[in-house]
Design a protein around this ligand. Structure first.
Ligand SMILES: Nc1ncnc2c1ncn2[C@@H]1O[C@H](COP(=O)(O)OP(=O)(O)OP(=O)(O)O)[C@@H](O)[C@H]1O
Ligand SMILES: [Mg+2]
Length: 282
């Protein structure tokens, strides 16, 4: 149901943005562009095959906001990273997901650039004067009680937790700039189950003290993880919209731009072969 709702929200906004377009084209675009970020590279031909079966002889170009992409490229360069097409696409896809979902999982192996994609989008917000706020924490670095707070059973005294205090602070900010809570650390049912009501449409965090902290429309919950293997089915269904960061064969893309840069300074080394070989191997 969550996935259907998200597709309908995307289709609705596409339809409103382009009222002249036929409905089957709008639906195809919503289904395709919204699901592609979730699909690993190896499954892409299967997915595109399914879409072609559903909508034969229909090929609508992806809706692109060139102005936004220009800002993204500029921000990536500001961060002194490579503004390589696949990386830009991931940043744009993250923005598209965040527009329709309030909790997004960024999944990818260590070192595939998950954090850099998040930073690049934050920088884009800064450059476009949207006043972003960012708070990140590693949920595995503290205990569950330290994360969500605890009532002392002897004195009935309430001790606030790290996540609950961050969330309250962000909820109290009055401007409408994007506010992110980034949970960077592997998933463990211990802490993520407590976030179930925040991730679904209830959008509230209920604490042991009976306090309820709402997730405002401008707040987003982001998870930076490497896999969903230890997550429970309840979490996985809520994580309906993971951004598969540079998975599979595209994993190594920013390293592939290295030969060109290296060649300028190290003319004697045959960088092309050295790096290409290493990329294929790892
Ligand atoms: N577009 C890019 N251009 C240049 N370097 C990049 C780019 N993307 C990532 N990198 C480099 O790759 C390294 C790893 O990236 P990053 O820290 O984002 O990975 P990660 O997926 O968050 O890893 P972890 O799982 O360890 O948190 C960074 O130090 C960064 O310098
Ligand atoms: Mg990281």
């Amino acid at each position: 149901m969550r996935a259907i709702k998200s597709v309908l929200v995307v289709a609705g906004s596409l339809k409103r943005g382009d009222t002249q377009r036929a409905e089957d084209q709008v639906l195809m675009r919503a289904l395709r562009d919204f699901n592609i970020p979730k699909i690993v590279t190896d499954d892409m031909p299967v997915f595109m095959g399914l879409i072609r079966d559903l909508f034969p002889a229909l090929d609508v170009p992806r809706k692109r906001d060139m102005d936004f992409e220009k800002h993204v490229r500029q921000s990536i360069l500001n961060l002194k990273l490579q503004a390589e097409d696949n990386f830009v696409l991931k940043v744009v896809q993250l923005e598209e997901l965040l527009a329709v979902r309030h909790s997004v999982f960024v999944i990818g192996n260590a070192g595939t650039g998950k954090s850099q994609v998040l930073r690049a989008l934050q920088r884009t917000y800064q450059n476009t004067k949207r006043r972003p706020v960012w708070a990140d924490l590693n949920p595995k670095a503290v205990t569950n009680d330290e994360l969500f707070g605890i009532i002392n059973s002897a004195t009935r005294e309430w001790k606030d937790g790290l996540f609950s205090s961050i969330m309250r602070d962000l909820a109290n900010i009055s401007h409408s700039g994007p506010k992110w809570m980034v949970l960077d650390g592997d998933i463990d049912p211990m802490w993520i189950e407590s976030l179930n009501t925040v991730m679904d449409d209830n959008k509230v965090l209920t604490l042991a003290s009976n306090e309820r902290i709402p997730l405002n429309p401008s707040m987003r919950l982001l998870f930076e993880i490497s896999h969903l293997r230890t997550a429970t089915p309840a979490t996985v269904s809520r994580a309906g919209n993971p951004l598969k960061q540079l998975t599979g064969s595209t994993q190594c893309t920013h390293y592939q731009t290295l030969p060109k840069i290296f060649q300028k300074t190290h003319e004697k080394i045959d960088t092309n072969n050295t790096f290409a070989g290493a990329c294929d191997q790892y």
